[in-house]
Design a protein around this ligand. Sequence first.
Ligand code: DHE
Length: 504
Amino acid sequence: MTLNRTQASLTKAMLLIGALIGGQAQADQAENISTETLYLQQCAACHGPDRLGGMGPALLPDNLGRLKQSEAEQVIREGRPATQMGGYQTLLNNEQIAALTDFIYQPPSHELKWGEAEIRSSQEVSHPQGSLPDKPVFEADLMNLFLVVEIGDHHVTLLDGDKLEPIHRFPSRFALHGGPKYSPDGRYVYFGSRDGWITKYDIYNLKVVAEVRAGINMRNIAVSADGNYVLAANYLPHSMVLFDARNLDMLDFIPVQNDAGDSSRVSAVYTAPPRGSFIAALKDMPEAWEIAVENGEAKVRRMTTDTLLDDFFFDPGYRHLIGAARDGKHGVVIDLDTGQTTAELPLPGMPHLGSGITWEYEGRRVMATPHFRAGAISIIDMDTWQVIKTLKTEGPGFFMRSHENSRYAWADVFFGPNADKVHIIDKQTLEIVRTLQPEPGKVAAHVEFDRYGEKLLLSIWDNDGAIIVYDADTLEEEKRLPMKKPSGKYNVWNKINYEEGTSH
Ligand code: DHE
């Protein structure tokens, strides 16, 4: 059962008032009860009796994966600023807080269900499609807007890409992950959270218009090239879910399993515009799926692959999928028409292909990818599928970015002692020409260019962080905008035009 926001706030307020009035009596009583009962008394109103989440996030080991246990304990003790989560240190003693923390990091005692009924009943449509004005409530170039996801306090900032100033800041679901996806005209944006929530936001009216929970632990979402459908890919349960993009009505529930009944998590799903379909790769079965929508139903074409695939990337024509083998030691190129593996790429350490980029180099198209487990960037000829250069970096990286109009590509060093550094690569010499260290001691990561390729934004990935604006040509810093752990930034024009230097 999931409480709606109002019910959950009231229940939590009642619990807190009751607890404050009851004071010591309740604390004494709490000492003698099991941790599970304590959870039901203190946490279930917001986080759900099954720990599936409600107004608060799901409290399951997989969903909490990014939060260290010590940090979770601190949140229970002190609360989370700017959210409904208050501190429990006056209500619970240290042992109880530690026991509750242990409890939420244990797998649940029974199998959790999130099927069609649960998905449908989670849907909230605050402003049905067509009910809000078609004119933006602010003035700015609508094609040069940026969204900045701030994971420090779970907010999103809308930035004017010409003035490079914030227009609006609004709360997001807990732990957004992956790139938000725009509608083809750039008016709407769809966010996906690790807890499975899809939020549709109307940028013109600065309002959340619809929400639905597609799964318990979601990987990512994709929006079809025509803007009509949203497809969610889940880790838990093993499913994909198709929605009508207008109000997020569920259209189809797709169990991810083979004929033998084995099921799998989904590594990721992306839209493939020229094919008019979605492409997904499975994490636990060697298969890639092409999903087309016919009359509101998903039609799946299954391709058997030689290896299990992690994240992946496409060539510009979407003829080939370039996937990271789950063993982390090589990449594979799969012809999406025949389903055959056509090439293997020797790569030094798990590539992060989802953040690969491409450009023209000496008359041919090359792609570049950073690696999670090696201080290297691989540059690959997309005609011959040969690695033409391996650039040594100051540590493993997460994200790469460029723009067709810029001569430089930017790559972060996300892991290790040099995580505060960023490399700048000349796309025509394939050399690192500069390494910046914008804020010593703080991770510098993830770049996004403006629509013209003239300015770019870099995140200082810290609760006391910032977005730094650089001139893309002189590489000079222009200004800093303070933000709370800004992660990804997404420019409307670059995204809706599938710009070659950005992620899709
Ligand atoms: Fe991500 C995108 C997978 C950990 C921040 N990440 C993606 C995508 C995938 C993915 C498949 C593409 C989805 C899309 O855009 O539609 N990420 C994974 C992992 O498997 C991994 C390594 C482990 C995990 O916990 O899931 C992982 N990712 C992280 C983080 O720890 C990061 C740094 C912080 C966070 O928010 O959890 C992180 N991932 C991001 C960001 C994007 C992303 C900011 C979007 C990049 C973009 O520019 O499009």
